[in-house]
Design a protein around this ligand. Structure first.
Ligand code: SF4
Length: 342
């Protein structure tokens, strides 16, 4: 079986937070705990969870903008955590990121031409004419005309600015694009346009996406598989249709309850979660979701639930499924690795 384009195993990220005025009291904050995931070339993995659950930290660890504390990240067959800085800089051409707010990610002093040409100037030797042609063709790919060459970010709408950010991300022909809440700052009608554009670009270029969002309904149509994250851990993962048809983790069920039901006229019963995601500096013992869970049992307060396989490609970490297949491992993907070897 071909190796996935991106393969993450047991990735943990702990940092030290100093809390007193003089920084004497330090506390370890576990932002990511034993995260494992695979993304095959050409597919979209939706990564969903509330703000503060570790999604963006994971994105930054994958690009090695943050150094994980342990675990491994393989991309296109390379072990990213052991690459030298120059090799990693070259590798980042194939791994681009698009952020939530284009107005803070785009340099306000540059116009459309320079914003898109900047990565090309750094990594490609193009003549002036080749550069202009390339920038105009990238603009066309994201649905903008050459009128936007001279416009600065403050002269753009949110949707137009996000299209420029996308064109800039595509300039170096990446294989993987990490989309970190790319539609959260946009109006609902513009969100749909950007999602459709992303799907079209993926079909035309064979792109692979990691689509990060707090809103399950946004990733429903674009994702092949969905991973749900809570306080630094992946708590459920399955195919997109399967998650929407049969969410198993109580947290996923609550997230999903705010999205429209699949059948027209159908209704989901809204589940309102009490409280917010707890601080990673002081996580609850056992299952970190237990203070908010309506199904909580005694065991949930003391023991973290090992991931269980409840269907061929459906995994969940919840004591409600303790009778399902024992993974004999702290990682659902380690089990898939074992399956692949057999
Ligand atoms: Fe709820 Fe317990 Fe499952 Fe956690 S392990 S989600 S507290 S039932």
């Amino acid at each position: 079986m071909a190796e996935p384009l991106l393969s993450v195993r047991d990735l943990s990220m702990t940092y030290v937070r100093r809390s007193s005025l003089f920084g004497r009291r330090a506390r370890n904050v576990a932002a990511l705990k034993e995260v494992s995931l695979d993304i095959e070339a050409g597919e979209t993995l939706g990564l969903v969870g509330e703000s503060g659950c570790g999604k963006s930290t994971l994105a930054r660890c994958l690009l090695r903008l943050l150094r994980p504390s342990s675990g491994s990240v393989r991309f296109a067959g390379e072990d990213l955590l052991s690459l030298g800085d120059d090799a990693m800089r070259r590798m980042r051409q194939a791994m681009q990121i698009v952020l939530q707010n284009p107005f803070s990610s785009l340099n306000p002093r540059l116009n459309g031409f320079d914003l898109i040409a900047e990565p090309l100037r750094a990594h490609r030797a193009l003549s002036r004419k080749e550069m202009r042609d390339k920038v105009v063709s990238l603009l066309a790919e994201v649905g903008l005309t050459s009128d936007f060459l001279g416009r600065h970010p403050h002269q753009l709408s949110g949707g137009q600015a996000q299209r420029i950010a996308l064109a800039r991300a595509l300039a170096l022909n990446p294989a993987l694009v990490i989309l970190d809440e790319p539609t959260s700052a946009l109006d609902v009608s513009v969100q749909a346009q950007i999602i459709n554009l992303l799907i079209r670009l993926q079909n035309q270029r064979g792109l692979t996406y990691l689509f990060i969002t707090h809103d399950l309904s946004v990733v429903q149509h674009i994702s092949d598989r969905i991973a749900v994250m809570y306080l630094g851990r992946i708590v459920e993962e399955a195919g997109s249709e399967q998650i929407f048809a049969e969410p198993q983790h109580p947290y996923t069920q609550a997230l999903l309850s705010s999205t429209p039901a699949p059948d027209p006229g159908g209704r989901r019963q809204r589940i309102i979660l009490p409280g917010t995601v707890p601080s990673a500096a002081n996580p609850p013992a056992g299952c970190a979701f237990h203070p908010r869970c309506s199904h909580v049992m005694d065991i949930c307060r003391t023991q973290y639930p090992a991931p269980r396989r409840t269907a061929p490609e459906h995994f969940v970490s919840c004591h409600l499924y303790d009778s399902a297949q024992d993974m004999e491992s702290n990682s659902m993907h380690n089990l898939l690795d074992k399956d692949a070897q057999q």
